[in-house]
Design a protein. Structure first.
Length: 134
């Protein structure tokens, strides 16, 4: 059951990531977003930076990190941004102190707060209300 639950969470997270891309393209009238140009000399590192540094990917991966962080809301567990796989990928591509990683973290926290608000709103709706005495 635990593996099934994780698979479902992974699918929902991936769909959320792709919905972010869909919104980006619609908002730009289907034109390309701002790319990132790496000056790294290692070809693999340069490719990773240019992929992960693209503004659309930073935004979509911010949502992905936030979704991972939000998985702890049900259990009351705090999931730190720096413990996500997304952070690990970006840290490997850019280093922990790079401005792209800082932007990723800020956007992740913004998305996390949105998801947290939606979660709280949903759980408050599902709680049975006490009857008022008349």
């Amino acid at each position: 059951f635990k593996q099934w639950r994780q698979l479902c969470l992974d699918i929902v997270t991936i769909l959320g990531h792709e919905f972010v891309h869909q919104r980006q393209h619609q908002n730009r009238n289907f034109k390309f977003g701002k790319s990132y140009s790496s000056k790294h000399t290692d070809l693999d590192q340069k490719r990773a930076q240019e992929y992960y540094g693209h503004s659309d990917e930073v935004d979509a991966y911010s949502f992905t990190a936030a979704a991972v962080m939000a998985q702890g809301l049900r259990t009351g567990e705090t999931v730190d941004f720096k413990s996500t796989g997304v952070y690990d990928h970006y840290k490997k591509a850019f280093g922990a102190d790079h401005s792209i990683v800082t932007k990723l973290e800020k956007r992740s926290l913004k998305y996390y707060n949105i998801l947290k608000g939606q979660y709280n709103e949903q759980t408050n709706r599902q709680r049975p209300r006490a009857r008022s005495r008349q």
